[in-house]
Write a protein that binds this ligand. Structure first.
Ligand code: SF4
Ligand code: SF4
Length: 455
């Protein structure tokens, strides 16, 4: 059976230039300033736990929040806190950030090692708390705090854990390299997950264009004979890495509109997130690094880099030897769902999967033409939405109509914009109105608290 989901698109995967390049580790230079935004995740921003002048250790928690949906932030270097001020994140938003001068000594906090046998005796809440304390969030892009995913509502019986190794966005190969180079750690991370969900089986969902990783995983799985772990090789298609599409492709289960994967009995974790869980639980390490793919004709040096979180893109570019030619456009993340990066002083954060640098010829800016009602956007939308109607509602600022047409379900994958012959900015307009609706909802939710504060 050909495993895939309904609709979607087939962009050229453009992965060939970096998929064969081993991961290179980047060390931040002594004296460099590392920047840690207090909001690198979905949910409530953190508040700083340190002040200017404080000495910090590598791996020390420097920010946290009392909110359930949030994730603490840790220093990835040892050094001294210089200041706490507003800064631009790669997502294009401003938030407070802790600035730390790296002393280059890598003096580390204490990390507690545990064996797989140790964790089998631990209460599940303790394991989930370790994931939370380590600041782990979804590293595939959404940045959803992992401890929340690991704590589904009691009524949701989890029968499957899916490891998302689809990496369907063009250019991105960081997960591919991790699957090849950290295979044993991935399997240990899956064993941790299976301890948390004793009734579940684990399925690694990977696209067939990663042949070497498929072969390596198959060989390892037949060697270790873990009958609760298997591989599902998927037909390459975009956006296969979206949770709902992956669940549909592998298990043929549907997540209800506005619902969570756990309602379909599934928990989905990205491959590198699973490795971050392994590092947190078995080695006591917080999330302080990530793999970043560097590609595009104006990239300083193609490859996959293991980068400490908090390093600025400016320092990263300098490490790679600088730009040979100035890029016309830089994207943080993939070309479909990433965001344009306007300032190299922004830091690499937990969700920074790629750094793509393009020249003039590769970034055509199309002006929109009128919709010809060809229906291609509807045919390709993986969620069965009506992008042309959502675009019309967004353009007219008809919020109610947008919501009635399930616009808030849109995952902003960009498949509709990709196929539109009139080059309408469908996904962009939908994203804008979604942000406005969410801001309005937050304002309403905060209003009673503001009233109480006034009295
Ligand atoms: S693909 Fe573009 S032109 Fe065709 S119906 Fe959708 S919005 Fe209109
Ligand atoms: S409407 Fe949303 S989910 Fe559907 S194709 Fe467009 S961006 Fe993707």
């Amino acid at each position: 059976m050909r495993l895939t989901f309904k609709n979607g698109i087939h962009p050229h995967d453009k992965k060939i230039s970096t998929s064969g390049l081993p991961i290179e580790t980047v060390q931040p230079k002594p004296g460099s300033i590392m920047v840690y935004p207090l909001s690198q995740h979905a949910g409530a921003p953190c508040r700083a736990l340190v002040s200017p002048g404080d000495s910090v250790l590598l791996g020390q928690k420097i920010a946290d929040s009392d909110a359930y949906v949030s994730a603490p932030v840790h220093s990835s270097v040892s050094g001294v806190v210089k200041e706490i001020k507003r800064t631009l994140t790669p997502s294009g938003l401003y938030c407070d950030a802790v600035f730390i001068e790296n002393d280059g000594e890598n003096r580390a906090a204490e990390f507690t090692r545990r064996s797989l046998d140790d964790i089998k005796k631990m209460p599940r809440q303790e394991l989930v708390a370790i994931a939370r304390e380590a600041g782990i969030v979804g590293m595939g892009g959404a940045g959803f705090p992992t401890h929340v995913k690991l704590s589904p509502p009691p009524g949701d019986k989890i029968s499957a854990v899916i490891i998302n190794a689809a990496e369907c966005e063009p250019y991105l190969t960081s997960d591919h390299r991790v699957l090849l180079e950290e295979t044993e750690r991935l399997i240990d991370g899956i064993r941790v997950l299976l301890t948390l969900f004793p009734e579940a089986r684990a399925i690694i969902g990977i696209e067939s264009n990663k042949t070497d990783a498929v072969n390596k995983l198959n060989a390892l799985l037949s060697e270790i004979k873990e009958d609760r772990i298997s591989l599902a090789v998927l037909v390459p298609k975009y956006p296969q890495g979206s949770e709902k599409q992956l669940i549909s492709a592998i298990l043929r289960r549907e997540v209800p509109s506005g619902g969570l994967p756990s309602q379909a009995g599934v928990v989905v974790l990205n491959a590198d997130t699973t490795i971050a869980l392994q590092r947190a639980v078995l080695r006591g390490r917080p999330l302080i690094r990530r793999i970043v793919t560097v590609d595009g004709s104006r990239a300083p040096k193609l490859g996959n880099y293991k980068v400490r979180l908090g390093m600025t893109y400016r320092d990263f570019v300098e490490h790679m030897g600088g730009f040979k030619q100035a890029p016309a456009k830089i994207i943080s993340g993939g070309p479909m769902m990433g965001v344009c990066l306007f300032n190299l002083d922004a830091p690499i954060i937990k969700t920074s999967s790629a750094f793509l640098c393009f020249g003039e010829g590769e970034v055509k800016i199309h002006s929109e033409r009128p919709c010809i009602r060809c229906g291609r956007c509807v045919e390709r939308c993986p969620l069965g939405l009506m992008p042309l109607e959502l675009n019309a509602a967004a353009t007219a600022k008809e919020t109610r109509e947008f919501i009635q047409n399930n616009g808030m379900d849109c995952m902003e994958c960009g498949s509709c914009s990709y196929v539109c012959p009139s080059k309408r900015h469908l996904a962009q307009s939908i994203r804008t109105i979604k942000r406005a609706v969410m801001a309005e909802r937050r304002k309403k939710a905060d209003a009673p608290a503001r009233e109480v504060a006034k009295t």
